[in-house]
Design a protein around this ligand. Structure first.
Ligand SMILES: Nc1ncnc2c1ncn2[C@@H]1O[C@H](COP(=O)(O)OP(=O)(O)O)[C@@H](O)[C@H]1O
Ligand SMILES: [Mg+2]
Length: 246
């Protein structure tokens, strides 16, 4: 156990869409420098948890504390200024804008100086050489894997301390998935970036993560190190053997 204060602490989080209760009291914490995986089947509430960090949807109960600051009721645009960035499910890049312009949009969400922006851009293009090759090309003309790289690169451009990734491997071929996960590992090891990764692809995510949580119907049912969770028969049966549970 470490005594460092968590970078993100979620306590008793409840969130709903009208009468549909998507999160029913979730506790989760992330230490600085950790990669934490949140795994669960389709509809478990993974995206809701990630989006509720940004206040969409708002917590109905519970607390979200980032770097010691209670952000539970903070306006979304101010949360985005708290050094938290996300690559949302489905990537959501700007298809008509070039790779360069998409990355610029990401930088605009941050507060870095021009020198810092230039250094961060160089870092992103080094991590994802494909983006350097496609720099002037429209986002919408990229392959799915390249668009995922762009979505992550755009999030990185704001120089976040916490990166939230929602299903980065969704719909991607295994080789591209490996490249993307390798880039995340590099960012964590070399840049000390803290990461929350949401995945149905439990095998990849738990191998990458230091720790993981299993979300079932809006409740955390298990947590532990990535290796511990991978060894759990329940995890293997539900999320590994026989492919993804949908
Ligand atoms: N915008 C929405 N309006 C109504 N219900 C929603 C909305 N988004 C998600 N839900 C419901 O909330 C639950 C959790 O969804 P979600 O967080 O997207 O799960 P996951 O990301 O794990 O697949 C599901 O029952 C889903 O149908
Ligand atoms: Mg989702």
């Amino acid at each position: 156990m470490t005594s460092t204060a968590p970078l993100l602490r979620i306590e008793g989080l409840r969130a709903a869409y009208g009468k549909i209760e998507a999160l029913k009291g979730v506790d989760l914490s992330i230490q600085p420098g950790e990669i934490v995986a949140l795994i669960g089947a389709n509809g478990a509430g993974k995206s809701t948890l990630m989006m509720s960090i940004f206040g969409k949807p708002r917590a109905k109960a519970g607390r979200i504390v980032f770097d010691g600051v209670d952000i539970t009721t903070m306006p979304t645009h101010l949360i985005a200024r708290m050094s938290i960035a996300q690559s949302p499910e489905g990537r959501r890049i700007f298809p008509r804008m070039s790779v360069a312009e998409n990355l610029q949009m990401g930088a605009d969400a941050g507060t870095g100086s021009n020198e810092e922006r230039a250094a961060t851009l160089e870092r992103v293009l080094t991590l994802f050489p494909r983006l350097r090759e496609r720099f002037g090309q429209r986002g919408g003309t990229l392959s799915g894997g390249e668009q995922q790289m762009l979505a992550i690169g755009r999030a990185l451009m704001s120089r976040p301390r916490l990166l939230l990734l929602d299903e980065p491997s969704l719909g991607l071929a295994p080789l591209i998935t490996r490249q993307i996960f390798e880039a995340i590992r590099t960012l964590n090891r070399q840049d000390g970036l803290t990461v929350l990764i949401v995945e149905q692809n439990a095998n990849h995510a738990l191998k990458l993560a230091h720790r993981g949580y299993v979300l079932v119907n809006g409740l955390i049912t298990m947590s532990g190190s990535g290796a511990e969770l991978l060894a759990q028969p329940e995890v293997r049966a539900a999320y590994l053997e026989g492919g993804r549970k949908v």
